[in-house]
Design a protein around this ligand. Sequence first.
Ligand code: APR
Length: 247
Amino acid sequence: MNSIMKQVAELIMNQQPCVALTGAGISVESGIPTFRSKGGLWEKFDPAVYASIEVFRQDPSKYWSIRGEFIRNYDDYSPNAGHLALAELETMGLLRHVITQNIDGLHRKAGSRNVTEIHGSLREIFCVRCGKEYRAPKIPEGMPPLCVCGGVLKPNTVLFGESLPPQALETASRQAGTCKVMLVIGTSAVVQPAASLPFVARQNGARIVEVNIQNAFPAADFRIAEKAGVALSGIVAELKKLPFQGC
Ligand code: APR
């Protein structure tokens, strides 16, 4: 396993810029369930009912009823070795940007500064009636939680049927289209438009490295079939053994 991590470390050292695309798999080691892999949220709940904007508008309690199954309190979760390794790569000047599909905020908690949360984040929750914003952990209880004005609260996240924040999508596409290496970490790569980003990178001549316990992205040039925390820490360790060419 070390040889593939060594190969990927040499690739990152020699081919810059490098960006990362992450999914739920990188947060499993922080205690957050995935959506589609074994035991995932969508094995138990139909996302078309519990995570669609159309249903939310008719009956927001459906969405809020599974709050405890995923991330009940935003502040209860901490970054793991995978998030910390990506933050260290950024500090080393070897990772330009993290594009994440995750709404758990763990990349920022780990210290990554150049992060685009393309599906938003649970950090902010706002009133759909008056727009008042509530920041974690001060999220009102209640089913569904209501604003002081009586309006329903909605997390600042993208539900199925909603479009992505235009600025986030533009940044993610630009980062993917101008990188030489993309680390595709812990994602089933099935939800658009995120699933297209590795192909956007490839069109620009980038090499794709998949880090996943399953083979979700067959078109990858390199595959590390390891947990994200183990794989990414291993890559950082191998990078530290290389003579730094600076960049
Ligand atoms: N390390 C690396 N990969 C892992 C780990 C781990 N410890 N555990 C699971 N995985 C992999 C699984 O093999 C799977 O390929 O993480 C992936 C998780 O896939 P999904 O559950 O589909 O999560 P994700 O790809 O992030 O989903 C994309 O779908 O429901 C929407 O908005 C939601 O952002 C989410 C989007």
